[in-house]
Design a protein around this ligand. Structure first.
Ligand code: F3S
Length: 298
């Protein structure tokens, strides 16, 4: 069987960097280690970190009862205010904000200082956007619909600077920018959308087109994994959602000549490798493994 694993499967650069940072902090032996919010939307990873003593701080209010220790900031980043609150508790910050997000923090700070009104295209309730807003040093407005763009008026006629949440849909962003340009405001558009998601989807589609079966590995609650599944299913009718290895065992994949594998942004490499290993096994090897498992009483 020929197995193709998407190069872009799994963690993007920013998420991998943040997860690695937490494990490095654990290894350093300095305790306690906290993360501000779950480091990633993957229960197994968060559970593994908890078993190693890492605690999740869920809100600013929870900081009140804490002092000392290390707080790792996840890839979404946090506002300046949250950083100050953490430091005020005598806690050390290890900043694993994705550099692409950090760049937006710098932009909104600088543009505000230049006297510009910053427009963030994204979801106001997303932690990344809340973090970005918290670095603005002037007027800032978050929006994501055409109606909001139509009715927007900059404060005191200020020039505007437009940025986007890193994962915002590019076409939708372009449509909203068009609205601003039509209104003839003095506007600067800064390209801040990260293409990691788009690259993952484009590669998954290309692989799904060429294989007999496609495995999409990831959590059922992960929206980007679901999107990958939909894309692959359009190209390959034998597309399967694999959450754990048990899902794989029940699939008739031994009858396929070419198999493709991709995975959502919060799927650890270890799980992708296990799915790959299992897909590459012959039927006899699989039976062998099952017997070993039975002998070991697992
Ligand atoms: Fe990932 Fe950073 Fe892009 S967290 S999706 S590489 S902005």
């Amino acid at each position: 069987m020929e197995v193709t694993v998407a190069k872009s499967a799994g963690f993007c650069f920013g998420v991998k960097r943040a997860v690695d940072t937490v494990y490095r902090e654990i290894e350093s032996g300095e305790k306690p280690v906290y993360t501000f919010g779950p480091i990633i939307h993957n229960e197994q990873v968060v559970e593994d970190l908890e078993n190693r003593g890492v605690q999740v701080i869920h809100s600013e209010d929870e900081l009140e009862g804490l002092s000392g220790g290390t707080v790792v900031i996840r890839s979404h980043g946090v506002s300046r205010d949250v950083c100050e609150k953490i430091e005020a508790r005598g806690m050390k910050i290890v900043d694993a904000t994705c550099p692409f997000v950090k760049k937006i923090h710098r932009i909104v700070d600088e543009e505000g200082r230049k006297g510009r009104h910053v427009v963030i295209i994204g979801s106001a309730d997303h932690p990344e956007v809340q973090g970005i807003m918290g670095w603005a040093s002037g007027p800032v407005t978050v929006m994501h619909t055409a109606e909001e763009a139509e009715s927007f008026v900059p404060e005191n006629g200020k020039p505007i600077s437009i940025v986007a949440q890193t994962t915002f849909n590019y076409n939708k962003f372009k449509d909203l920018v068009e609205i601003f340009l039509k209104k003839s405001y003095d506007s600067t558009v800064l390209k801040t959308i990260c293409n990691a998601t788009e690259e993952r989807q484009t590669e998954a589609r290309a692989i799904a087109r060429k294989v007999d079966a496609m495995f999409v590995v990831g959590g059922r609650h992960s929206s980007n994994t679901q999107k990958l599944y939909e894309i692959c299913k359009e190209e390959c009718k034998n597309t399967y959602f694999i959450e754990t290895l048990v899902d794989l065992e029940s699939k008739p994949f031994q009858s396929f000549g070419r198999v493709g594998i991709t995975a959502g942004a919060s799927t650890p490499n270890k799980i992708i490798e296990e799915v790959q290993k299992m897909s590459e096994m012959s039927f006899e090897q699989m039976l062998d493994e099952s017997f070993k498992t039975i002998r070991n009483g697992e």
